[in-house]
Design a binder for this molecule. Sequence first.
Ligand code: MLT
Length: 393
Amino acid sequence: MPINRNFQQLSENYFFSAINRRASQFAEAHPDQRLIRLSIGDVTQPLCPCVVAALEKAAQEMGKVDTFRGYGPEQGYPFLREAIAGYYKKWNISLETEEIFISDGAKSDLGNILDLFSEGTSVLIPDPVYPVYVDASIMGGKKILFLDASEENSFLPLPPAFHADVIFLCSPNNPTGAVYSKDGLQAWVDYALAEKAVLLFDGAYEAFITDPSLPHSIFEVDGAKKCAIEFCSFSKKAGFTGTRCGYTVIPKELEIDGLSLNHLWLRRQTTKFNGVPYIVQRGAEAVFTPQGEQETTKAIAYYQENARIIRQGLDQLSISYTGGENAPYIWMRCPGRMDSEQYFKFLLEHCTVVGSPGIGFGKNGKYFFRLTAFGDREDVKEAIKRIINCMSL
Ligand code: MLT
């Protein structure tokens, strides 16, 4: 049977599923202890009121014969693509609506985009990294090249001296929370143009940038439209982890060997994807209204305050970390020479707190640990209190 043998190279379980399973097993064995989960970056604040109102209105429309909708355009409804193009204007980026593809979240497109590249394509992936890039590359039989991200380069590696066909970049970064400057991104764009490579830029966390000098989009950089694809999501920006909506931008200028990647992706999506529900797209559209902007900014501020509380706790313990200022993740060095697996066990067993061991994001994460700021405020405070108490014993 010609099964895709690449799957045999994957670890047994997806990283976050494995963590959840371990946490649940612990919770079952210790029903008297309250587990606090600061591992997977799942939001805890509800959808904002104007999104809920838009979802309700759209649901009503679907119940009336005059306003009912069947299949929608695979690429997304024009009203949402226009709203997204409007959003990019605040960074002086001009997009045509045909360059925007609505998806059910960045994760699907980040994996599926590899359909555009043949087996054996070299894919450059920073380490540590969001595990989806690695697993999807393995499934697709790509040749993976790793690039070290470490304290030495502030977890923001610059282009290597060798060639790669495709490069995954994530800024603000998951898991390290580090953010590229415009100069840093320019170096990557220059590399991609010189190497005729394609940058796959994951901007899922752009809404967490507070420093006005930092770029939110790869298209703020000169030349990027000729070499980059950008992936974004409403998950973290507007609490859509359970509602599911994202978007991918593929500029028309992006051509490889005379082939338009925008056209290839449209061909792929019209064949394999039937679009995001109308109701959900109406909810996403509301995020870009003035009221939506105001309400989502409030929810993001809540998570930013959580991040501040976590950072303050780590400062108190003199533990070094990156992130948490322009990103919702805090990437800390494991204390007491523990490696990340040992620290995972320590936190679980002594503090009943679950985080993400850095090794799950790559070999360079071996002595690091990721905490998310997406938790409930009281949980975050309690988790930090427990960690401080445990570490001070
Ligand atoms: C994470 O925890 O890294 C993210 O929540 C995963 C995701 O967005 O798929």
